[in-house]
Design a protein around this ligand. Structure first.
Ligand code: VGL
Ligand code: ZN
Length: 215
């Protein structure tokens, strides 16, 4: 079994004071850094939400729409967000306290003007791959079931959660590290995501369990 640590969107705009702040988002950083220091990872992947100015997922790009409203896109319903993680701005950068140097792969997502991407694997149209599934399948010698992806990061109910679901859909073993995730919570979306993760066959563990699993 190959073990991969997938660190989702620990960027300034998702931390307290940021444009799309996740409550307590910064509280997970020491624990995430501690995981990066463990021996035994075959790959450490960072995702970076990375939007051009005026991105179609921003409420500001739609006349008469407010943050958290939805719009119909050709690919389905899209939630609208404050402007965040705009390419070239400090908000798009990784948290300065994150041990980002530990990662050998960085996946940028949401950089196409007309498609948002919550997941590290698939953009919101459900068709456009980020390439990560191929990279990790290669790590397993062509067999995704030989790769286990440990998911941490932000936000539980959006990018981290959908990354875990899509990792299962791609055939990987998936572990969500529950105390190293934090959510946004729109109308119960955190609880709904935990249910979706359990239904998808994602294993849910505490960060203190991880060393024993990859050792
Ligand atoms: C995210 C909403 C919009 C996330 C990113 O990282 O969970 N959520 N863009
Ligand atoms: Zn975004």
């Amino acid at each position: 079994m190959k073990n991969v640590l997938l660190i989702v969107d620990i960027q300034n705009d998702f931390l307290p004071g940021g444009a799309l702040a996740v409550a307590d988002g910064d509280a997970i950083i020491p624990g995430v850094n501690a995981l990066t220091e463990l021996e035994g990872w075959d790959s450490i992947v960072l995702t970076q939400d990375f939007h051009p100015a005026g991105h179609s997922s921003f409420a500001s790009a739609h006349d008469g729409k407010a943050v958290y409203d939805t719009v119909e896109m050709p690919y389905g319903t899209q939630s609208l967000w404050p402007d965040h993680c705009v390419i070239g701005t400090p908000g798009a950068e990784f948290a300065s306290t994150l041990n980002s140097d530990a990662a050998n792969v960085v996946i940028r997502k949401g950089f196409r003007m007309h498609i948002d991407s919550y997941s590290a694997f698939m953009e919101n149209d459900g068709e456009t791959s980020t390439g990560l599934a191929g990279t990790l399948t290669d790590l397993g010698g062509g067999d995704p079931s030989k790769v286990r992806v440990f998911v941490v990061g932000l936000a539980t109910d959006f990018c981290a959660g959908y990354s875990a679901v899509d990792a299962r859909n791609a055939g990987f073993e998936v572990v969500a590290v529950r105390d190293l995730m934090r959510g946004i919570d729109i109308d119960g979306s955190i609880d709904a995501m935990w249910e979706q993760l359990r239904d998808a066959g994602v294993e849910i563990v505490a960060s203190s369990d991880v060393a024993g699993m990859i050792g």
